[in-house]
Design a protein around this ligand. Structure first.
Ligand code: NAD
Ligand code: ZN
Ligand code: ZN
Length: 391
């Protein structure tokens, strides 16, 4: 089959590889009908997340048709079913899965020993996301093996298009969880840093959850326009002061809720000297991530407020003002998304027409065009916001 394969930093190719096979009775194979490139894939593209190996198949946002199942589906999944695959593989039976903490499933990471060492305790297996989370082949491919498929799937009805439901596997529940983590009240100002695909889903979730005002920060005009169309007040951080504007919008008190939808690759700019220092430290391996947004959120957040972090961090960050965070009594909530925890509710909201997540798609291309689209998406060329691939 054809698949997008990681060969090294900024080197992804569309190769011919072997078809996946059933390896366990709880596996299923799907024929991928649509998949997408995620901001998290850019961190792998730039080799910021350790434990990728040449030959690894990329992709963790995908859907398709079940073409084969193992013998232990317990009636949950059959050939011909149309499913979206959550990027977090979950067994459904361990203590964490029973609590709905699917992204920290205790059984789905087949490299548990490595993860135990790196994180103290293992987290879930993820598709196409390094050997630290199981080294599972991803879904930017014609076919995908889904482990624990009897639990790791979202069945979707035929009357909705791929584009309407594809993002149930990642960015929609990710934006939703980030907003839910804020315990939004009708009096709240919710600020979202980053207007990429995750930021866009977060903004619309915060609006649906009834925030008084949602403020969106980025420096890319078309992303800010999309945020505005979703109901946000926008700030271009290259044109105005984030701190001053947020104080203006909150009567000098600061926003109650702050969401980091940027993660470890915050823009490096002269106007934000700390980002220059982070970049320099990254180059000499003194720091792995660029946490400008975390610093800014801690500074602007109203005392007693909540900091929610869906943006991915990989390792070690410097100069996080813990004294400020502690004395202001801030609450931090974060994590890879517990996808299945949210998707029944979110599918219902799509069916009811409360939201149509396909609004974020700007490019639909073939799998062969995938390697080029990684660059287009990374560089925001051609007003690119979200890329869907059709294998
Ligand atoms: N928690 C999860 O389960 C989960 C799931 C999906 C994605 N993510 C993460 O969410 C993050 C965003 O993903 P995406 O697909 O939207 O990626 P993206 O790269 O398209 O978007 C990031 C956006 O942040 C903006 N940005 C950069 N520096 C900024 C700053 N200082 N202030 C404000 N905006 C800034 C960029 O211009 C860009 O528009 C990534 O870190 C990704 O790994 C997490
Ligand atoms: Zn993702
Ligand atoms: Zn589990």
């Amino acid at each position: 089959m054809r698949a997008l394969v990681w060969h090294g930093k900024e080197d992804i190719r569309c190769d011919t590889v072997s078809d996946p096979e059933i390896e366990h009775p709880r596996d299923a194979i799907i024929k991928v009908t649509s998949c997408a490139i995620c901001g998290s894939d850019l961190h792998l593209f730039h080799n910021f997340i350790p434990a990728m190996m040449p030959g690894d198949i990329m992709g963790h946002e995908m859907m398709g048709e079940v073409v084969e199942t193992g013998s232990e589906m317990n009636g949950r999944l059959k050939k011909g079913d149309r499913i979206v695959v959550p990027f977090t593989i979950n067994c459904g039976q361990c203590d964490q899965c029973k609590r709905g903490n699917f992204s920290v499933c205790e059984r789905s990471n087949r490299n548990k020993d490595m993860a135990d060492k790196a994180f103290g305790h293992t987290t879930a297996g993820l598709f196409g996301y390094t050997h630290l989370t199981g080294g599972y082949p991803g879904g930017q491919a014609e076919y995908l093996r889904v482990p624990f498929a009897d639990e790791t799937h979202i069945k979707v009805p035929e009357n909705l298009t791929d584009e309407q439901v594809l993002f149930l596997g990642d960015i929609f529940p990710t934006g939703w969880q980030a907003a839910v983590h804020c315990d939004i009240e009708p009096t709240d100002t919710v600020v979202v840093w980053g207007c990429g695909p995750v930021g866009q889903m977060t903004i619309r979730s915060a609006v649906l959850l009834g925030a008084k005002q949602v403020v969106a920060i980025d420096c890319i005009p078309e992303r800010l326009s999309m945020a505005e169309a979703g109901g946000a007040i926008t700030i271009n951080f290259q044109e105005e002061s984030v701190v001053e504007r947020l104080n203006e919008l909150t009567g000098g008190k600061g926003p109650e809720k702050c969401i980091d939808a940027v993660g470890l690759e915050s823009h490096v700019s002269m106007g934000q000297p700390d980002t220059l220092l982070d970049r320099a430290k990254q180059m000499v391996m003194l720091e792995s991530d660029r946490p400008h947004v975390l610093r800014e959120m801690i500074y602007v957040c109203r005392p007693g407020g909540i900091i929610s972090i869906p943006g991915v961090y990989a390792g070690l960050v410097d100069k996080i003002p813990m004294g400020m965070a502690m004395n202001k009594g801030l609450t931090f909530r974060m994590g890879q998304t517990h996808v299945r925890r949210w998707t029944d509710d979110l599918l219902r909201r799509i069916e009811e027409g409360q939201i149509d997540p396909s609004f974020v798609i700007t490019h639909t291309v073939s799998l062969e065009e995938g390697p080029e689209m990684y660059k287009v998406f990374r560089d925001k060329q051609d007003s690119c916001i979200k890329v869907v691939l059709k294998p």
